[in-house]
Design a protein around this ligand. Sequence first.
Ligand SMILES: *Cc1c(COP(=O)(O)O)cnc(C)c1O
Length: 254
Amino acid sequence: MEMRSPTVSGPSGTPDPEAAAQVPRRLAAVHRRVADAAQRVGRSPQAVTVVAVSKGFPAAVVQAAVADGHVDLGESRADELLAKARAIGPDVRWHFVGQLQRNKVRDVVPVAGLVHSVDRLSLAETMARRMDRPDRAGHVQRVLVQVNAGEDPAKAGCSLGEAGDLVAAVRSLPAIRCEGLMTIPAMGVDPRPTFVRLRQLRDELRERFPEIEHLSMGMSGDFEVAVEEGATIVRIGEAVFGPRVRSPWEDGVT
Ligand SMILES: *Cc1c(COP(=O)(O)O)cnc(C)c1O
C-alpha cells in the first residue's frame, strides 16, 4: 500500500484548498463514467444516484461538492456523520453506509434519510422504536438490507439465504420502509458475480414486495461494473474527493 502524507486530506488535517478545487472536476468525471456504463447496457443514467462518501475527508472538501450542486452524501460512522451534518448544514441528503451499533441509532436516525446497512432484525427493531419518539412523528425511516452477497467472512451483511426472511421482517415494522439491498463485494476478486447475485435476489424479492427496488452497489474501484449490472445507487469516496488517508475511522468498515 502506498504511503500518503497525512497533510494531504487527513480527516483531522487542515482543509486542503487544492483538494476542494479538484472536486467539481472529479464529480463530473464520475457522472460521465456512470453515464457511459449505463449507456453500454441500455440503462438511463438518471436511474443511478451517486452518493459521495465523505468519510475521512474534511468538511471543507465535502462542502466543495455541495457548492457544486451535489446533494447525496454518505458517511460510515455515527460520530463523523453528526459532525459533518452540523458543519455542512441542511441542504444535503445523508446516507449512512457503515456498520451501525444499536446505541447509535438514536442519533443517526434523525439525520440519515437512507440507512444502507441493516443486517439484522434487532437493529431495524431499534430503529422502529426510535421512530416512536415525538421528534420522528409522521416520518418513515428508509432502509436497505445489507447482504454479504460475495460470501466474504470479513464483510458485514446477512447471508444470501437469510435475506428474504430479513427483508420480510424489516418491511413489516412500523415506520420503517425497506427499499432495497446493499452489498460490498469481497476484496481482490471479480466483483461482477456478486453484483449479479444481488440483482437476482432483488428481482426475486420484488415479485413479492414491489417496493424492493434499490441496489446500492459499486464503489470507486468497481462502480462501472455495478452500473452495468443494475446498481441504482453507487457509493463513491475517493473518485470524488481524492485519495483518502487511511484512518481508524475506516477500520472494519470496508
Ligand atoms: C468508504 C465506503 C465507500 C466508498 O469507498 P471508496 O473506495 O472511497 O469509493 C462505499 N461504501 C462503503 C460502505 C464505505 O465504507
